[in-house]
Design a protein. Sequence first.
Length: 270
Amino acid sequence: MKDIMNAPFLVEMVRTITNMYNHGWDERNGGNISWLLDEADVARYLDVNAVTRDIPTGFEAPALDGKYFLVTGTGKYFKNVQYDPADNLGLIRVTDGGKNAQLLWGFTGGGKFTSEFPAHMMSHAARLSVDPANRIVMHCHPANLLAMTYVHDLDSRAFTRTLWQMCTECIVVFPEGVNVLPWMLCGTNEIGEATAEEMKTARLVVWSQHGIYGAGKDLDETFGLIETAEKAAEIYMKIAHLPLVNTITDAQLHRMEERFGVKAREGWLD
């Protein structure tokens, strides 16, 4: 059996987490990632029958029963993951209709998965129902997107249109737009359920005054979604107080649709 420390999924996870921390998106223990893995990939590095311990999840997710996830730990600092992946990450299998997680590797200090685990699992189930290729759920705290939620209308269409107008390629990267939730108490099933509902129509969900959730087929795509939205929010925050002389018009955004073969969310362009 191969050494899990050399597993491509673990190496890529550590690199991405380190990059997120270096971007300033994941201060202290802020942020979390979960990655849906194939059993065949896991079995190359672990005995899938060797369960270290069981961890109750506190919710139900029948659609995820038997599925494997690599996930960040609660209270863990992203800056430390590169130095001790086994303490800060865990590889689990969801069982009992989602009520239980079997730990197969990691959380060596006695830890458990992120407190946002319910939101992650509910979002995975929602995205898989829309696009079976989606395997990543990523949560972080990009400063400009947070700042934008303090000064901008939180209507999802209005928020999205502003982001699309800030950077030409935004409509190509996330044509379905960004859904926005009002402030809600984090770490609860309620915010998990609300996020999952919004994930049915968009891969990006903003938590007002908190952060963002992104979903995608791999770490690069998901990181890139958040990175692009954050760049657009940064531009907005730099110019929001200034007279707007020029903008990207809806007619120009329609030209982008035609040029790149994408379709903006129905009714969100004039």
